[in-house]
Design a binder for this molecule. Structure first.
Ligand code: ADP
Length: 337
């Protein structure tokens, strides 16, 4: 065995660690579950998979996860453990039931793969019942503070770029303007980066407070510069309104333009995870199990630059990842000329 693998020293020895996926799903979650199960096996810890997040904890849906139980999942989208939103876990009585079930299976620590809601639940659960948890940020939105990348974001970007490339073909053929809505909740990461990668004429994101005049002038400039078709990427929570509202205003302003709307929707959450998300899931899974064994709790694993980082749940759920303004500038320079 490789010496660097041997040199890892456990401080806390858990017999059993549970892993679950919770809240919104994202590509790469399976890679993370696989890594958790196999890192547990590597350190001689039993791994239990909890189906459907907190709901499965309350309903006692738990299965042993040995290294072979997670074969053939690394390339699959979604989460084979399935995920759920669970109102009962918001109540102390639900959390007590979850604790009783975990105790039956000997689960002493948890890895929670989810978003800020799931981490908030895990934080409260630890304070009440003392089960240490480490979180893995699984969301396509990339909006969680404490990590440069969340699991699923890169795959979603690639899905959007592939879809917009196809829309561009038909937009070019017909001299059309397409307003394309993408996901991202309150954050514009998907729209901004996919917009740059797919050559959008304009990118509307909640962080930049654009006006309708900005939209009109970008389209006008594009026409003057010889563009016969355009793609405008719109973040789902843009402050100007829905993609349909924005397209309607544009049509009123430019009655002669052939304007169409596409909402990409849930295809952005599915599909085989990209190489980057598979690797990220693997790194996060190893870091979560080893972090627990090192005595960490109530923290989220992340990646900063090239390195693994740990951020307290309190911090991770209260703040949001700031958008890189230099990227907004890149988008403006490239789209405006
Ligand atoms: P995400 O983890 O993707 O942000 P949600 O916000 O829907 O998704 O949270 C997932 C689940 O986490 C909820 O359905 C609930 O069971 C649990 N949860 C969220 N907030 C709390 C809370 N304040 N107290 C207890 N559990 C919570």
């Amino acid at each position: 065995m490789n010496r660097s693998l041997e040199s890892f020293e456990n401080i806390t020895k858990f017999k059993t660690i549970g892993v679950f996926t919770s809240g919104g799903d994202s590509p790469g979650m399976n890679s993370a579950v696989r890594a958790v199960a196999r890192t547990c096996a590597f350190h001689g810890v039993q791994c239990i998979g909890i189906e459907q997040g907190y709901r499965g904890m309350i309903e006692n849906k738990m299965i042993p996860l040995g290294p072979r139980d997670v074969s053939n999942i690394v390339h699959r989208g979604g989460t084979f453990l399935r995920t759920a939103r669970c109102k009962e876990f918001m109540e102390k009585s639900g959390r007590k039931q979850a604790f009783e079930n975990l105790k039956k299976h000997g689960v002493e620590a948890l890895v929670c793969i989810g978003g800020d809601g799931s981490f908030t639940g895990a934080n409260i659960f630890e304070q009440e019942f003392g089960i240490p948890t480490l979180g893995i940020p699984g969301t396509i939105d990339n909006d969680i503070f404490g990590t440069d990348f969340t699991l699923g974001y890169d795959t979603a970007l690639n899905t959007v770029v592939e879809a917009v490339d196809k829309i561009r073909d038909t937009a070019t053929s017909h001299d059309r303007i397409f307003f394309v809505e993408v996901m991202g909740r309150d954050a514009g990461f998907i729209a901004l980066n996919a917009g740059i990668a797919s050559g959008a004429t304009q990118i509307l994101i909640p962080e930049t407070q654009d006006t309708f005049e900005d939209v009109f002038s970008a389209l006008e400039t594009a026409r003057k510069n010889g563009k016969t078709s355009s793609i405008v990427l719109v973040s789902e929570k843009d402050e100007l309104g829905s993609v349909f509202d924005i397209a309607k205003e544009a049509k009123n302003h430019f009655p002669d333009y052939d304007i169409r709307v596409t909402v990409l929707g849930h295809i952005q959450r599915g599909g085989a995870p990209s190489c980057l998300d598979r690797v990220l899931g693997a790194r996060f899974g190893v870091a979560a199990v080893e972090g627990l064994l090192q005595g960490r709790k109530n923290q989220m694993v992340g990646v900063k630059g090239q390195d693994i980082s740990y951020t307290d749940f309190d911090k991770a759920v209260k703040q949001h990842n700031p958008l890189d303004n230099s990227m907004v500038r890149v988008a403006k320079i490239l789209a405006g000329t």
